[in-house]
Design a protein around this ligand. Structure first.
Ligand code: NAD
Ligand code: TYD
Length: 361
């Protein structure tokens, strides 16, 4: 039975990970540390608020005193760092916060864990630090070579400020393993989709706009390819790497599911239109817009290492995952309304007596 500290646990993947842990049986405690930026929504965790194994702290991973105090009080075996600024388009608008949170926050967390865990003989006992990274650190693949994939040894070659910050953080994590012997692990996953994703990312944005008969903005020619991974499969992979992965290793996590953006958008139009029985949800909503700056053409993950070493494979076929996702969004209109209007801040205030970092900014 382990004690987990999860940073960024009010975000999309972090909250799914906490729900995954608390539905399992090997977790003694889950401590969620989140600054509650615009992307952090505690409503995601309503179903576990009363679980005695769960605790929430509002804190910033860049804050050494706050993070040290939480680690001292909670004594986690494992720290899993999800906390980040995660949207590429925002990183093009404002790179600085990506450097500060994703790089500075990670380095601070490593320092705090090292100070709390390092023993007199230089060992770290059974502790582990896992950095949740992204395939975007590898840069881009070509559409002309569909048989080439990112492997763990593919050189890092990030193109966006977001992926540059994640690659930089990965290098620090590796350096703390090499220099200080810290028990670190890195996972690099492909694009996640599923419940609780903020509707600024492709899939939830398209579902939201289709429902409201709004334009579906497709960047460039719509032929950019992403490898889509259902979030619950990703959560299972992270927990497995944490418990059974080899210290110091990087593990790619992918969906074996490459799709062009335009195909994703057309699938969403078809499924949402069918479910709402609404002929006005059709391809006339598709609007090709100016391409994203530095837009990576294709991501494709080779996840054979985690399959061979740990026996992990994605279990959710895309057809099933996208139907589950669409059904979740259609049956949670108030969740979407709260995150798009900012009303989700009311929930923090009710629970914690003040509004989150996004409202204070
Ligand atoms: P998200 O944007 O939904 O959530 C990020 C969370 O981090 C939010 O709850 C936010 O409040 C919190 N946060 C931000 N800055 C913080 C700070 N300084 N201190 C404490 N908390 C802070 O992101 P996500 O999509 O859930 O991604 C989680 C992690 O997975 C990120 O590290 C991201 O780079 C990585 N990742 C995501 C994807 C994807 O498809 N979403 C793919 C690969 C990797
Ligand atoms: P996104 O969900 O932002 O994830 P990432 O940039 O991390 O891959 O975007 C996924 C793909 O969809 C990416 O190629 C950009 C494209 N895209 C659009 O075409 N329109 C949109 O409105 C958004 C948000 C993304």
């Amino acid at each position: 039975m382990k004690r987990y500290l999860v940073t960024g646990g009010a975000g999309f993947i972090g909250s799914n990970f906490i729900l995954h842990l608390l539905h399992g049986e090997h977790c003694a405690r889950v401590v969620n540390v989140d600054a509650l930026t615009y992307a952090g929504n505690l409503e995601n965790l309503r179903s576990v608020e009363d679980d005695p194994r769960y605790a929430f702290y509002q804190a910033d991973i860049r804050d050494p005193e706050a993070m040290s105090a939480i680690i001292e009080a909670e004594q986690p075996d494992y720290v899993v760092n999800f906390a980040a600024e995660s949207h590429v388009d925002r990183s093009i608008e404002d790179p600085g916060i990506f450097e500060s949170t994703n790089v500075g926050g990670t380095v601070n967390l490593l320092n705090v864990c090292r100070a709390a865990w390092e023993q007199a003989d230089g060992g770290y006992g059974e502790h582990r630090y896992l950095q949740v990274s992204t395939d975007e650190v590898y840069g881009t693949l070509s559409l002309d070579e569909p048989d080439s994939f990112f492997i763990e040894r593919t050189p890092l070659s990030p193109h966006s400020p977001y992926s540059a910050s994640k690659a930089s953080a990965d290098l620090f994590v590796g350096a703390y393993g090499d220099t200080f012997g810290m028990p670190v692990l890195i996972t690099r996953c492909s694009n996640n989709y599923g419940p609780y994703q903020f509707p600024e990312k492709l899939i939830p944005l398209m579902i939201h706009n289709a429902c409201h008969h709004e334009a579906l903005p497709v960047y460039g020619d719509g032929l950019n390819v992403r490898d889509w991974l259902f979030v619950e499969d990703h959560c299972a992979a992270i927990d497995l790497v944490l418990r059974e992965g080899r210290i110091g290793e990087v593990y790619n996590v992918g969906g074996h599911n490459e799709r062009a953006n335009i195909d994703i958008v057309e699938t969403i139009i078809r499924l949402v239109g069918e479910r709402l029985d609404d002929p006005e949800i059709n391809s006339s909503l598709i609007t090709f817009v100016e391409d994203r700056k530095g837009h990576d053409r294709r991501y494709g993950i080779d996840a054979s290492k985690i399959a061979a070493e740990l026996g992990w494979r994605p279990e959710t076929p895309f057809e099933a995952g996208i139907e589950k996702t669409i059904d979740w969004y259609l049956s949670h209109p108030s969740w979407v309304e709260h995150v798009t209007s900012g009303a989700y801040q009311d929930y923090y205030e009710k629970m914690y007596g003040h509004r989150g970092a996004a409202a204070e900014a």
